[in-house]
Design a protein. Sequence first.
Length: 578
Amino acid sequence: MNNRFRQESESNAEDHTSHALGYDRNRSLLSLKWRLLPGVVMALLIGLLFQLGACQPLEHLLYDALFQLRGPMGWGSQVAVIEIDEPSIQKFGRFPWKRDRYAELLTVLTDAQASVVGLDLLLPEPAPEDQALAAAMAAHGRVVLVQDWTQSGMALDPATPLQAAAIATGHVYKREDPDGLTRSLELYRHDLPALALVLAQLYSSPNLPVDFPNPTQPLWLNWFGPTTEAAHYSFAQVLARQVPSKEFRNKIVLVGTNALALDSLQTPYDRNPPTGNVYLQATAVNNILRANALQQPGAGWLVLIWLLGGPGLSVLLARWRFERQVLTWLGLAVGWFCASLLLFYAGWWVPTAMPIALILGTGMAAAFIDQYHTNRLLQQSEERYALAVYGSNEGLWDWNLRTDQLYLSPRWKEMLGYGPSEVGDRIEAWFSRVHSEDLDSLKAAIDDHIHGSTPHFEHEHRIAHHSGSYRWVMSRGIAVRDRNGQTYRLAGSQTDITERREAEDKLRRIALYDELTSLPNRAFFLDTIAKAIARSNLQLFNTYAVLLLDIDRFQVVNSSLGNTVGDQLLVAIAYRLK
């Protein structure tokens, strides 16, 4: 029997333990869901905004800021640009020019031993001067022409004689972002390589090896600085042989327009005024040759950033105080911007606006969820407190000492027989109803607590009921002090103790008075004598006397007429003595 009882007890204990573990596990899962919620919500929201392009303007703004903070880094010496600029147009007349001028330029560059020449000029229509230009191209032997497409997608190929004389053809397609900047270049478009890629391939050699980028990925341009700092020369000056030949020897030479009336290219350093499209190719060539184009993290890194900045940060912040949360997500946002700048120096362009928005959004969402959760708990606590107060039959009061405003709860007023709007909102609404014999002691107790003499306020007094009678109440309260220790508020409760006081009075009367005659008894007499002795000991001239009265033949009355008549005689004599 004992073994069976022991087995049942152990089984019940195991069931109880399993139930407790399951309850704790459910609570942990619920807590984890609450902590994950803000991060997941913000990750989804920022992801949606990212897909819709809403984050792109801010990302582009920070892209420009990163270049400005980094500053120029030097264009290098492998590429030279010959500009068809305003002075050249003024000298040779309205553009486009006859193609024999380009033939003259190629002759100058052939004499200067330019390594590769890229004519960043669209020459799709046949012209009488094509033979002369083709001959000049053939004489140099390393001239690259360009191709582009119309808005309808029609190819603008070079004229046939020129295309036959060119060593290669490259495209100059340019895609601008909504803010007007071109940030990347397609290395291949419709199976045609970009002009910059062709020039870099022709320039490379076993002595000058080049680590070419992945042709299937866009080339993210790493702008070197203002185009005015690049090696550039005016078309007219070069044609007049005013530029030394050494400036083009063994270099890539790009020939293109740089006049506002002809084209425009905006870069982080050239916004107002913009520069010419030829510098897009010049930048791309330099990026390829120097292997310093901007790199971007792969999708895996972006997902990791997404998880750490959203759900990961949400779980981390959930258990911290609000002040620490704010410092953390602000610090992480600033830290990510600084890290983005350092990575930008190293040639990496990582998303900046999106992670910062994710961090700040997750932080604010976590704070909001935490505040919401706190408010729910506070509301539940207030409801419990209200129910507890209501169940305890107490009335609440709140006195603002600075404005003298007094809040009295409905239960406080109901306790005295008043309706919700029948009592004023000043302290006199309370004091004026207190019994005159209790008012001074009530105010003294309040003053003692306000000035810090007592740890809390507590006082019993009589207060007028709406019916005209008095009720005994117990008032308790606590002071609220400011940072200087000054009391500016007093709040507490009031309890009706009339029944208790009546019971105490009844007990005291039973203890000090005779139950039959209602006359003071021996205990009352001894207590009175003790108080008189105490007063005389404290005060020199305070004296007292004891008067003893005896009723002659009182025993005869008791014996002959009975104790009841004897008691009546004592009451009558006491009444007459009064």
